[in-house]
Design a protein. Structure first.
Length: 107
């Protein structure tokens, strides 16, 4: 006698997956960490696409790579010793505090 094996439908397979529960988004900008839509390398002079923390990679051992905060639409800077051979990679987006509507800059 042959055993019959019935294949699960897609909805049955998905219903067995664990449900991830976390904080609910309450509006405002979403900031992400990890893989980004910006997988390309940014060069000096290009505008910063999103405010956030970027890895700064210098040319040929001039300096270890490090992280820096970059503000949206500012140009990526050149490095004095590396000149235009410095590169930037988005690590994660992060809001600039004074762009927040609830924060007032003291004068």
């Amino acid at each position: 006698m042959r055993a019959t094996h019935r294949r699960k439908s897609r909805s049955q397979m998905l219903s067995n997956r664990p449900v991830l529960r976390g904080r609910r988004h309450t509006g405002g900008p979403v900031h992400r960490q990890g893989p980004s839509k910006h997988t390309k390398v940014f060069l000096p002079g290009q505008p910063v696409p999103e405010t956030g923390i970027y890895e700064v990679v210098h040319d040929r051992g001039h300096r270890e790579s490090h992280e820096a905060v970059m503000h949206h639409d500012d140009p990526f800077p050149a490095c004095d010793p590396c000149n235009l051979r410095v590169r930037f990679n988005l690590v994660r987006t992060a809001p600039y505090i004074f762009d927040d509507e609830d924060v007032v800059e003291e004068k």
